[in-house]
Design a protein around this ligand. Structure first.
Ligand code: AMP
Length: 289
């Protein structure tokens, strides 16, 4: 496994490995890419495994991107475990890890912004102003550096997927985006690096997020389509110590909120606070009667 810390280094490695694979396969190799902020867990590894199955050359980036954190957010204390992450990548058969420093990504004089307007406004965008601009910017830069054919993102960050997908379309990037299912702990809590911020009690309460989502989906599958009924049902299952920031049913692509009734394929989104920890989760309403 090769580890690149600079863009030049990455490009040299990519060119070299593409050359080797091209000869081996007698065709242009498919380059896959999984962008991460490190502190890799089974959620990340599921994306890497999907990439390894679908691509000839596998690239992972590990970069805690400062531009997607607000001034009062957890950038400084975000868990950083580079040695473990590299060991996991090696074990998963990743070909190149790109691990840039801030000066590499945002050198002195950097001033370009990337904004996906409408999709970035509601829900996480409203709670975290500027967050999706930072995500779009770093993904745009990483895509230009890595030049993947396919890139793998988690359903866990559903709004992020739609924002990046829109940017890829709007900027004519020749990249296929693949959404991978949410990997959960045994009690249903979606795996996340931020789960490590939870106290033991909060961690217990956190499983009620998935319970709420599952109950909404179950009622949908039994034929309930009224948004008010589905959302109040969900709220009943949420632990009282959870401060709900939003619970909404939205169109899967436009993120338009359903007010009256919902349809197959819509997505239930939850954003909440457990103590001071912000958690998100979602479920797709499918398999309806
Ligand atoms: P992060 O390191 O939090 O920026 O996440 C990197 C990628 O991993 C994103 O595409 C996330 O959606 C994805 N991811 C994070 N947690 C999970 C999970 N529990 N299941 C599936 N994908 C995940």
């Amino acid at each position: 496994m090769l580890v690149a810390k600079t863009i030049d280094e990455f490009r040299t490695f990519r060119e070299r490995l593409v050359g080797v694979k091209r000869k081996e396969l007698n065709r242009e190799p498919v380059v896959g890419f999984v962008p991460t902020m490190g502190n890799l867990h089974l959620g990340h590894l599921s994306l890497i495994r999907a990439m390894r199955t679908g691509c000839d050359l596998s690239v992972v980036s590990i970069y805690v991107n400062p531009t997607q954190f607000g001034p009062k957010e957890d950038f400084a204390r975000y868990p950083r475990t580079p040695d473990d992450d590299l060991a996991s990548c090696e074990q998963e058969g990743v070909d190149i890890v790109f691990m840039p420093a801030d000066e590499v990504m945002y050198p002195v004089g950097f001033q370009t912004r990337v904004s996906v307007n409408e999709l970035s406004k509601p829900f996480e965008g409203e709670l975290r102003p500027g967050h999706f601009d930072g995500v779009a910017l770093v993904c745009c830069k990483l895509f230009n550096i890595v030049r993947p054919h396919k890139t793998y993102f988690g359903q866990k960050d559903y709004q992020q997927f739609r924002v990046v997908e829109r940017m890829v379309k709007d900027l004519n990037m020749p990249i296929e985006m693949i959404m991978c299912p949410i990997v959960r702990e045994e009690d249903g809590l979606a795996m996340s690096s931020r789960n490590s911020y939870l106290t033991p009690n909060e961690r217990k309460e956190a499983s009620s997020i998935y319970r709420a989502l599952s109950e909404i989906k179950r009622a949908f599958q039994a034929g309930e389509r009224k948004v008010s009924i589905l959302t109040s049902l969900g709220k009943q299952f949420l632990s009282t110590s959870i401060k709900l920031q939003y619970l909404a049913i939205v169109d899967a692509y436009s993120f338009e909120e359903r007010n009256e009734t919902c349809v197959e394929g819509d997505v239930v989104l939850i954003g909440c606070l457990l103590g001071t920890t912000h958690l998100i989760d979602n479920i797709i309403l499918e398999g309806g009667a």
